[in-house]
Design a protein around this ligand. Structure first.
Ligand SMILES: *Cc1c(COP(=O)(O)O)cnc(C)c1O
Length: 421
């Protein structure tokens, strides 16, 4: 299988090249030339996640240098539980937070790190990953790339503007990971990274690359749990489920839309967003306009111009086809608070502010078919928001507490990319 650019003027590449390149040379995003239709009669059981992952991802690796290693990559990347938690017979939550940093970003970051390490071993090259983070992404990338050969990671975060727990997760590594507390905002961190990439001499000398959510190596693995969860629901309820996805850069949503097109038993897909309403406004008006982001309680979804929209528009180019295949609902901060409280009262279950947007949408729509809400992070990562609402301490998962106990290492810098090297 070859991959093409959404903008149509880059050479076709194998999946490995698309992963190493990140962005296509014409500035577009890599997408599969065709979306294969899978015969679910031949699918392995949803209970064996690595085998199912291999089945779903095989067509994309056909002909690639990593084709024969795909099953091993899946076994290594997805080595934690991915349970579907049932509130009742028809309503489930897909817990995507049992990885090392307690958010679904672990799926993409781990798959990307493992494929990159294997590719570099074959080519004798070295890479440096630059990642600017406002919270979750940097932690997942650092954890996934820690101690991987021939790759170093430089994590930039805005000094004093991430939560105490987030800061610990960003600074608890040594070895090939270096953390920088930048004197400035998240936008300043992003600017420093962009400027480093624009310095062509430095960029090629250091082998600079990014690990952001447009990389195919992060997108592809996120299709697998759309299959596993909908297959489990079908097995238990004998019906196709509606899937509700808390969304920001719409990487998760794009991957689930691909899964539905490929034959996963999904009835419909609904995006829950916060007060950043770009997608909802597009659905209502037929006119798409990216804008600046607004800060909300679900901060990992504070995106005004979602980077993966270009892939979804390629899939559903007209307003009519877009509306036929997905819908979106906006949830305010007040509704997030109400939803965290409701879910705790009604189901004795604690959700993070992102997952709360999905639960709110489920409650308001009261659909007859079975529903799955993606739980994108563990509530313990957002304890300062969640604990006062439910008046209860949120227990920290053991993976996270291990990270929180480690010593912190970081360098404080002014926003100047020369100081990173
Ligand atoms: C990144 C993130 C999201 C948004 O996911 P996208 O793929 O960017 O739409 C939602 N919730 C949490 C907790 C996240 O970290």
């Amino acid at each position: 299988m070859k991959f093409i650019s959404t903008r149509g003027s880059s050479p076709d590449v194998w999946v490995s090249e698309a992963i190493i390149n990140g962005l296509a040379p014409d500035g577009g995003l890599y997408i599969p030339q065709v979306l294969p239709h899978l015969d679910m009669k031949h699918a392995p059981s949803y209970k064996d996640y690595p085998q199912l992952a291999h089945f779903v991802l095989s067509p994309f690796f056909e002909g690639d240098v990593l084709e024969d290693e795909l099953l091993d990559i899946c076994k290594e990347a997805f080595n934690f539980p991915i349970p579907l938690h049932f509130h009742n017979k028809n309503e489930a939550v897909l817990e995507l937070f049992h990885g090392p940093t307690a958010a679904f970003k672990d799926f993409g970051a781990r798959f990307l790190a493992i494929t990159m390490e294997r590719l570099l071993k074959k080519s004798d090259k070295k890479l440096t990953i630059l990642v600017a983070t406002s919270g979750d992404t940097g932690g997942a990338v650092a954890a996934a790339f820690h101690k991987r050969e021939n790759i170093c990671v430089k994590v930039l975060f805005p000094k004093g503007r991430v939560s105490a727990r987030q800061e610990k997760q960003l600074t608890c590594y040594k070895d090939n990971i270096t953390s920088f507390a930048v004197d400035g905002s998240f936008d300043d961190c992003q600017k420093v990274v962009k400027e480093a990439f624009m310095d062509k001499e430095l960029s090629s000398k250091e082998g600079l690359t990014s690990a952001n959510s447009i990389n195919l190596g992060r997108l592809l693995p996120q299709m697998v749990y759309a299959f596993s969860s909908s297959l489990e629901m079908k097995d238990k309820c004998h019906e196709d489920a509606t899937v509700i996805i808390p969304s920001g850069n719409v990487g998760n949503s794009c991957a689930s839309l691909y899964a539905k097109e490929m034959g996963a038993p999904i009835k419909s897909i609904i995006l829950s967003v916060n007060s950043n309403t770009t997608i909802v406004d597009y659905i209502n008006s037929g006119f798409y306009e990216g804008r600046a982001s607004i800060s909300t309680l679900a901060n990992a979804m504070d995106v005004g111009d979602p980077s993966n929209m270009e892939r979804i528009f390629y899939l559903y180019p007209t307003h009519e086809s877009f509306m036929r295949n997905l819908s979106a609902v906006s949830v305010s901060d007040d509704e997030i608070i109400e939803s965290i409280s409701d879910v705790y009262k009604n189901h004795h279950y604690i959700v993070c502010p992102h997952t709360a947007t999905g639960e709110k949408v489920r409650k308001d729509l009261s659909l007859i078919e079975p529903t799955i809400v993606y739980a994108t992070a563990h509530a313990a990562k957002f304890e300062t928001i969640v604990e006062p609402i439910i008046n209860q301490i949120v227990e920290i998962p053991s993976s996270l507490s291990a990270l929180l106990e480690k010593e912190q290492h970081y360098t404080s810098i002014k926003p100047d990319y020369h100081l990173l090297f």
